[in-house]
Design a protein around this ligand. Structure first.
Ligand code: NCD
Length: 480
């Protein structure tokens, strides 16, 4: 498939072959930088950075200048009509008529998808809240590939804020689809979100193991017992017994240690409380003396705060400044391919590390909303036109994945649109965990996140819910 006119919203938008083709183009461009001037002559890139950025914004803008194109930019939402309550869809339509390509960073999760839906030109996600950051992943993978020649079969440790770190999420998917084994070690209360874990083990062929399945490794300091690792599930797997494979993994050493800062700006009050109680993993000279890290690439998307000591900078294993340098040729290759000024086209091929899962889509526009306060679909300015959309990823318990931010919601009530044979007296709502969840056909399913919403749509409580109301009423009566 050709990359021309496409958008990059999530790292899933690129196949492994396309990623490799971008790397080849980035190599070619960095070997002949001067010859690239003119590749995007006459093209305009809109650089919309509505959250702080140094590397990502400047490397995108440098990339476009080096290609001979021009850049229009916004680096402060307060200077735009967004501050007057304009929706990002309206902004996208207008900017889409001025520019040829948009690069957007935004604090709301799913914002880049909305911009891509409305702009009518290629859109690149430069970070949408705590969701994804696919171009950072391209820089990360490019660095690993340059240093280790391959990604398949490597052991990569991802450390730090796994919950809010958008670089972590995009990188974890990419590593899974290239067949690497990922060791996760989070800061306190900052574990991988459920939706990321589910994707790694369902849409990718990851098999999840917890370190507490394994005893007596003596490595609890590096990977505490609540840490997890995900290894590709292949028929020729060396060892299928977790304890054995984990020991082999650690003995052979970690190929790359990807450190991330605490995303303080995204912490909820509950996260903040937790933060005071426990410590965050820190990478310093002493840690890198451990045998497992003897030949490890030390990586970081930057900026760093306290989690990566400056004393490590002179160590030849440190890769973080190289990652940043490589951001320019990678972004040049990406911009030129999406604009079609350099044709990148690779045949579609089956990836053994991806499972095709067809989750039913749920899109009724009423009854249930995403519960993630950072999701674009829940913002006042955007809720006017965004119709909630979900994938039903599980029935037990009923689990919906928001199509914008991908967070999972567990709505408690369901009903059927054919009211069980169309009889008005059967227009009932039921518990999402009841037998009805499986009996109602997917196309008839109606989901509610509250009883009030079900009743507002003319549904009456089903048998068990009525009984529960009566029991609660009795209990309240007894208490009087
Ligand atoms: C990252 C980001 O913005 O998510 N930085 C970057 O783009 N290089 C990481 C971070 O801010 O911690």
């Amino acid at each position: 498939m050709t990359l021309t006119k496409r958008s990059l919203v999530t790292i899933d938008d690129l196949s492994n072959g396309e990623i490799e083709a971008l790397f080849a183009l980035a190599d070619e461009m960095s070997d002949s930088m001067d010859a690239q001037f003119g590749v995007c002559r006459g093209k305009v890139m809109a650089s919309l950075f509505l959250e702080p950025s140094t590397r990502t914004r400047l490397s995108f803008e440098t990339a476009m200048h080096r290609l001979g194109g021009s850049v229009i930019s916004v680096a402060d939402a307060r200077a735009t009509s967004l501050a007057k309550g304009e929706s990002i869809a309206d902004m996208a339509r207008v900017v889409g008529s001025y520019a040829d390509i948009i690069v957007i960073r935004h604090p709301w999760e799913g914002a880049a998808r909305v911009v891509a839906d409305y702009a009518g030109i290629p859109v690149i996600n430069a970070g949408d809240g705590g969701h994804e950051h696919p171009t950072q992943t391209l820089c990360d993978l490019y660095t690993i590939k340059k240093e280790r020649q391959t990604i398949k079969g490597l052991r990569i440790a991802l450390w730090g804020d796994l919950k809010h770190g958008r670089t972590i999420h995009s990188l974890a998917y990419a590593l899974a689809k290239f067949g690497a084994t990922i060791h996760f070690r989070s800061g306190p209360g900052l574990e991988l979100p459920d939706y990321v874990e589910r994707k790694l083990t369902t849409e990718y062929t990851g098999r999840l193991e917890r370190y507490d399945d394994v005893t007596g490794t003596g490595k609890e300091r590096l990977f505490p017992l609540d840490a997890i690792y995900i290894t590709p599930n292949e028929p020729h797997q060396l060892a299928n017994i977790p304890a054995v494979s984990m020991q082999i993994e650690l003995k052979t050493g970690i190929d790359a240690l990807y450190v991330t800062r605490l995303q303080r700006e995204r912490l909820s009050p509950a996260d903040k409380e937790q933060e005071l109680k426990e410590e965050y993993p820190v990478v310093d000279k002493k840690l890198l003396k451990e045998k497992e890290f003897e030949r490890t690439l030390v990586m970081h998307p930057l900026p760093r705060v306290d989690e990566l000591a400056y004393e490590v900078d002179a160590d030849p294993r440190s890769m973080y400044f190289k990652q940043a340098v490589r951001g320019v040729p990678i972004r040049m290759a990406l911009i030129a391919s999406l604009l079609g000024t350099r044709e990148v086209s690779v045949p579609e091929e089956d990836n053994p590390f991806i499972r095709k899962v067809d989750y039913p889509v749920y899109r009724r526009g009423f009854g249930v909303r995403c519960t993630n306060p950072g999701c674009v679909s829940t913002q006042e300015s955007e809720a006017r036109y965004i119709r909630p959309e979900f994938r039903i990823v599980d029935y037990r318990p009923l689990t919906l994945r928001c199509a914008y931010c991908e967070h999972e919601v567990h709505p408690p009530y369901i009903a059927s649109s054919d009211w069980h044979e169309g009889k008005l007296e059967t227009k009932k709502y039921h518990g999402a965990g009841s037998q009805w969840a499986r009996r109602i056909k997917a196309e008839n399913l109606i989901i509610f996140d509250s009883e009030a919403k079900a009743e507002a749509h003319g549904f009456k409580p089903g048998h068990y819910i009525k009984q529960r109301h009566q029991d609660n009423g009795k209990k309240a009566g007894q208490g009087e």
